[in-house]
Design a binder for this molecule. Sequence first.
Ligand SMILES: Cc1cc2nc3c(=O)[nH]c(=O)nc-3n(C[C@H](O)[C@H](O)[C@H](O)COP(=O)(O)O)c2cc1C
Ligand SMILES: [Mn+2]
Length: 467
Amino acid sequence: MAKDLRTFLADVVKHDPGSLKRVTATVDRRFGVTAYGAWYDKRNEYPALLFADVAGSSLPCLTNLVATHDRMALALGVPVEVLTRSSLAGQGRAGHAPVEVTGAPVQDIVWRGADADLGRLPIPVHNELDGGPFLTAGVAIMRDPESGRLNAGIYRHHVYDGRRMGVWFFGSHDGGTIHRRYAARGEPTPVAIAVGHHPAFLMGAVSRVPGIGGEYEAAGAFLDEPVDVVRAVTSDLLVPARAEVVIEGHILPDERVEEGPFAEWPGHYVGGGSKPVIEVSAITMRRDAIFQDIQASGREHRLMGALPRIASIHEAVRQKVPGLRAVNIPLHARMHCYLSIRKEFDSDPTRAAFAAFNTEPENLRAVVVVDDDIDVYDEREVAWAIGTRFDAAEDLQVIPKWNGPGGLLPTNWSYDADGGRTPRRSSAVIVDATKPAPPVVFPQRARVPLDAVAAVDPAAVEDVTSL
Ligand SMILES: Cc1cc2nc3c(=O)[nH]c(=O)nc-3n(C[C@H](O)[C@H](O)[C@H](O)COP(=O)(O)O)c2cc1C
Ligand SMILES: [Mn+2]
């Protein structure tokens, strides 16, 4: 059977029992959904949460679906170590072009005109100071007017009223390029936003495909099967046939509305400003549709953002420094990046760091480079490398005015006492915590010989209960 949100939920129940929980209490869409997520977060637990009853909506709301590496690994069909210890998630698999079908489940129910009211969907207000409800798990599909290629990405949507919402395309993302191309011709940009699908579909949509388009093919690679698509009901866009909900509309060519505030992945309320506006033309859905949400600035948001960037940085740095061994972007500080390299030349760390910065210029502000004996997935190892192999006067490079101006990083703004703020550019830093390149001899790392450790007999160890 073709993969979709429902097949994945069944997989979770079967393979990861207890990690999908149903909330039976009626919750308010204002903080009700995120309150449960925050309650679990405080306990360092991240179950997927299915809210059966969100006040004022007939649809259930699902959140935190792939907030853990275990469920993400299940979704992508890889061992969890592939996600927690490498940058290889989804890599090396063949892409599959989408296949057009007729009679799609996602068009079982069609709301048009006044019926196409966003207020009927259980779209949550996530964090305390958010400017309103935000659609956070919507995969927006648009067609590049120049090449005709379909592009997809997740972009945040501030819901203004039943028919209109904002959209924020960051920096260099293709979504913004496509919209600007239509707007330059004075034309509206057709857009269709798919909500609720197999997480492998969503990871394909947010993978860092070079050039405009290719996300449907990438989703096919992550799913190991082509995505079934169907023609939208109010445009010629192709939308995923097995999504739960599709919101169709167009981005107005020259209207902008003040958007935000909204708590983003760095864990602050930043961004906002005037943003393009989408006018909704139809909402289609499956029977018994499940609405999907991602907890803004929560763990799922950061995991879904970190994995594609680990992959794209690995690819780019490897081209410049073949000795690259591993890349990590820690979930708790997604603006940091750790690279381990087998160092050949003293210039390797700087080259590697710049390749990483240039791959993700809108996200990274610190790159730490370590040797290949350091495990970049272990914070203790990275901290120890900085403590023992890094000399600040020699090995710290500051790149002034690298990030920004403005955007999501709080340091990319300056603030005044009246509550005002101005976009600024902030610096980035390279921490070279590597030993000198060969043939220089650096002190050896202490360790008990591995063969001695292998010879340990755990059965020879017993609890001391009396002396
Ligand atoms: C949960 C989540 C939320 C995101 N929100 C936004 C957003 O609001 N704006 C944006 O431009 N990118 C956002 N992204 C990143 C893009 O979806 C991603 O970088 C994608 O590759 C961009 O595709 P594009 O270059 O084809 O536009 C988000 C990613 C995730 C996982
Ligand atoms: Mn793209």
